[in-house]
Design a protein around this ligand. Structure first.
Ligand SMILES: [Fe+2]
Length: 279
């Protein structure tokens, strides 16, 4: 009898310990700390705490004091903020719903998700490190400048992948009477002419991104080629549709047949989600 009670207590204690150790991190001295409240994690260890705990912060938002805010159109990135409204960390968005999408193997998608997760992790690390360097009076160091330059690449690597994945998983059917179609006709002459230009841009030699932008000043649509995540983006323009044409996005399934990948991409566009970005 006593043994049964003891065993039950041990099980209860284990559950309590697991629950209490939702977030763990190791500081510079090697001391391991844990907390159930992410707001208690020192800023410089936040990204590490996510990694060790291996629990997406989004799943815990409802059970902790932090707020999940700014979740807007079609599940766009939700920034987690502390009680003071400061951004804590960008969460890794879960795109498992895309597994099974026609023309995209599970292996290629999971590899791509892993790559995207790396951008989120590095963006959070850079933000933490830069914040700490500023506090430590190291902002004039060359290291600060180089990390600051790196931030644009990691951040855009994160955000462009989110724009890309967010509008996949649809049936590819365009509403020819919709606002976006009408805008394409206005700026390109026809929906077909827009698509021809977008596809031709995607088929260009080299690796990068193809982005349908809307200029927020004139309202005009443009198809742009982006060589690197952080270079060549038109100022004041909003990404409407983003296509990844880095080799990791298609080589595993299509080899050098990039045109076939672009066809598959178009068959899976969620045009309602794309149109919702249009102003
Ligand atoms: Fe990618």
């Amino acid at each position: 009898m006593k043994r049964t009670v003891l065993l039950a207590l041990l099980v209860l204690c284990s559950v309590a310990v697991v629950d209490a150790e939702t977030y763990k991190w190791t500081d510079d001295q090697g001391v391991v700390s844990s907390t159930a409240d992410p707001a208690q994690i020192p800023s410089r260890y936040r990204s590490m705490a996510m990694k060790v705990g291996d629990i997406p912060l989004t799943r815990k938002a409802g059970t902790t004091a932090i707020q999940n805010v700014a979740a807007s159109e079609s599940g766009r990135s939700a920034n987690l903020q502390d009680r003071g409204g400061n951004i804590m960390a960008y969460p890794v968005k879960d795109y498992a719903r895309l597994i099974g999408m026609a023309g995209f193997s599970e292996a290629m998608l999971t590899n791509h998700f892993t790559l995207y997760q790396g951008y989120v992790t590095n963006t959070n690390k850079l933000l933490d490190t830069l914040e700490q360097m500023l506090k430590d009076g190291k902002a004039a160091n060359p290291e600060f400048a180089e990390l600051k330059r790196r931030l644009g690449w990691e951040f855009n690597g994160m955000r462009l992948h989110e724009y890309y994945f967010d509008t996949l998983g649809g049936n590819g059917k365009v509403d020819l009477n919709g606002r976006l179609a009408r805008k394409k006709i206005e700026d390109f002459g026809s929906v077909e002419a827009w698509q021809k230009d977008f596809m031709a841009t995607g088929a260009m030699r080299g690796i990068g991104w193809v982005v349908l932008y809307q200029d927020t000043v004139s309202g005009r649509l443009f198809n742009f080629w982006i060589n690197e995540h952080d270079q060549g983006h038109p100022a004041g323009c909003m990404p409407i549709l983003v296509m990844d044409v880095f080799e990791h996005a298609f080589m595993l399934d299509y080899g050098l047949k990039r045109a076939d990948y672009i066809e598959a991409f178009f068959k899976n566009i969620d045009w309602k989600a794309v149109e919702a970005r249009l102003k």
